[in-house]
Design a binder for this molecule. Structure first.
Ligand code: NAD
Ligand code: UDP
Length: 313
């Protein structure tokens, strides 16, 4: 296959690029490095072609393309708050431009959507037929509404005959997250390894369901190869409070579990989030297999390695 992958220099995208390269596919990564880092592609070297471009304005790709995967978008709440217009643009105009590319190439299109389209959900766990509870004017709306619009664009092209897939990704973690990207996992590991207090927002009772990146990538590849054109949740059904997550990271890192500062809860922070992954199981045969402690241990190993590499330079 020859695939175009937007956002491939970011956390999730770089793991997807690596998976394609490992199985011998030809990958063209398109990324403007807004929140990503070309270093994330170092391990796959020349096996992928890298184009530094903003996808919002469209990209010209020579030759045939079998699939377009649209992963470009800031994804961390501090990132999309720092780049609100760019986030709206890449989710809306960027999605449309990549759909146009897929249509022109007669390629399959896969959209990286998000659990954020459910907002602060009133149904639990979240099934794909739940329409969500999103504040359209709150600080998270630049991301949530852009992704909802991206799904609407994708379905409009689908009704017009394009072969499309939509994956709703729930919180994912692993190596290559930017240590300063502001999400809970990178914050907690950066803080624990620096001997700082872990910053828990609110009282830490809000929940997330954390999926290890290798499990997510396996699901994305299965979805791309499948005939399932409805949105599919990919995430872990193992729900944890953020206080419990902070304690686990502290424990694994060898610092005291109560080495925690409680800071204000950000506006509109969802209280509970957990996917119903029945559709992924029935349509793709997918279920996540990495227990949280194991995924966190592997992530901690990576964090230690990059800290020691950085301290030597
Ligand atoms: P990330 O910030 O690490 O990666 C995003 C990448 O997109 C970066 O490399 C960035 O430079 C690139 N990008 C942003 N705007 C661009 C533009 N206009 N043109 C070209 N490139 C652009 O984030 P991530 O966590 O890897 O998320 C990747 C995708 O997965 C996003 O679409 C996100 O919405 C989705 N997602 C991720 C999670 C998660 O937990 N990581 C959860 C739900 C959805
Ligand atoms: N969070 C936290 N401390 C941090 C960063 C995040 O307690 O240092 C909380 C945040 O308020 C949210 C949860 O952890 O309730 C997950 O936040 P993240 O930014 O990782 O993902 P998202 O909010 O997009 O699910």
């Amino acid at each position: 296959m020859r695939v175009v992958l937007t956002g491939g220099a970011g956390f999730v995208g770089s793991h997807i690029a690596e998976a394609f390269v490992t199985r011998g596919d030809d990958v063209v990564v398109v990324d403007n490095l807004l929140t990503g880092n070309a270093e994330n592609l170092r391990e796959i070297g020349d096996a992928a072609t890298f184009l530094e471009r903003d996808v919002t304005n469209g990209v010209e790709i020579e030759g045939p393309v079998d699939a377009v995967l649209h992963f470009a978008s800031p994804a961390s709440p501090p990132d999309y708050s720092a780049f609100p217009i760019a986030t709206l643009d890449v989710g809306t105009a960027g999605t449309r431009a990549m759909l146009r590319l897929a249509a022109e190439k007669r390629a399959r299109f896969l959209l990286a959507s998000t659990s954020e389209i459910y907002g602060d959900p009133l149904e639990h766990p979240q099934r794909e037929d739940y329409w969500g509870n999103v504040n359209p004017i709150g600080p998270r709306s630049v991301y949530d509404e852009a992704k909802r619009c991206a799904e609407a664009y994708t379905m409009a092209y689908h009704r017009d005959g394009l072969d499309t897939r939509i994956v709703r990704i729930f919180n994912t973690y692993g190596s290559r997250m930017r240590p300063s990207d502001g999400r809970a996992v990178p914050n907690f590991f950066s803080q624990a390894l620096a001997g700082q207090r872990l910053t828990v927002y609110g009282d830490g009772s809000q929940t997330r369901s954390l999926c290890y990146v290798d499990d997510l990538v396996a699901g994305v590849l299965l979805l791309l190869a499948s005939r399932e054109t409805r949105p599919v949740n990919l995430g872990s059904p193992e729900e944890v409070t953020m206080l419990e997550l902070a304690r686990r990271v502290a424990r694994l890192s060898g610092i005291a579990e109560d080495h925690i500062d409680y800071l204000p809860l950000p506006e509109d922070d969802p209280q509970r989030r957990c996917p119903d992954v029945t559709r992924a199981l029935e349509s793709l045969g997918w279920t996540p297999t990495t227990p949280l402690d194991e995924g966190l241990s592997r992530t901690l190993d990576w964090w230690r390695t990059i800290r020691s590499v950085r301290s030597k330079h």
